[in-house]
Write a protein that binds this ligand. Structure first.
Ligand SMILES: Cc1cc2nc3c(=O)[nH]c(=O)nc-3n(C[C@H](O)[C@H](O)[C@H](O)COP(=O)(O)O)c2cc1C
Length: 201
């Protein structure tokens, strides 16, 4: 039985480095025999703003949320693996991705049950950031994404097999134009290498 992957992409531009990494991963997942559901949050026009219909009711974990949210929950439930590719903005996921978590990873679905519904899944958060690893370390921010995503989201929702991989130094503005294609190739290689030990395998 082939594995099924939900591949979530959160970048506004189709020619971005993030989009290229998503394409690379998509091809690699398919080569590995997985079926892939690509969720391009911008292209699908996902609304990240949590409104009352999707606000948790702490007294009712069986609450019916909006139809849009239930459709997204079905896509998560159908997946064996969840891979999320995004640029780091202010040391956090972009608002569209944060809103997908706020609205869809909701009470009674992703958490709040003695037996977590998402428990058996595997998850990879693949983040691209402008800063180098040394800069992030100097700022004391090395653990931020791991704590925010692997611990506070995946593990909190019962997904123990989860990791955060980071591609550092994506900022091309300081790189002479003629050297940028080479730099992009290096960054894509670094994205592939960061997958070692994580999904897909
Ligand atoms: C609004 C905004 C906030 C950003 N914040 C950070 C940050 O906190 N740390 C960092 O290293 N890079 C930051 N960056 C740089 C992005 O991570 C970088 O542009 C991205 O990884 C490049 O990939 P792309 O070409 O796919 O956009 C920020 C970029 C934007 C647009």
């Amino acid at each position: 039985m082939p594995r099924h992957t939900l591949l979530v992409h959160a970048h506004p531009r189709t020619d971005s480095l993030t989009a290229q990494v998503t394409d690379l991963l998509h091809a690699r997942l398919k080569d590995g025999g997985s079926t892939v559901d690509v969720l391009d949050l911008y292209a699908e026009g996902f609304d990240p703003v949590l409104r009352p219909a999707d606000e948790p009711d702490w007294e009712n974990r069986e609450k019916s949320y909006s139809p849009e949210v239930h459709a997204h929950m079905d896509r998560i439930l159908a997946a064996d693996d969840i891979v999320v590719v995004f640029p780091v903005w202010w040391m956090a996921p972009p608002a569209v991705l944060k809103g997908w978590i706020d609205r869809v990873w909701n009470y009674g679905f992703a958490y709040g049950r003695s037996k977590p519904r998402l428990g058996g899944k595997r998850m990879l958060w693949l983040a691209l950031m402008g800063n180098t690893e040394a800069e992030i370390e100097q700022l004391g921010l090395s653990a931020v994404l791991d704590l925010q995503l692997r611990v506070a989201v995946s593990r909190f929702c019962g997904i123990e097999d989860s990791s955060v991989a980071i591609v550092h130094g994506t900022e091309l503005s300081g790189v002479p134009r003629a050297l940028r294609p080479q730099r992009v190739r290096e960054l894509l290689k670094s994205a592939e290498e960061s997958l070692n030990g994580a999904l897909p395998r």
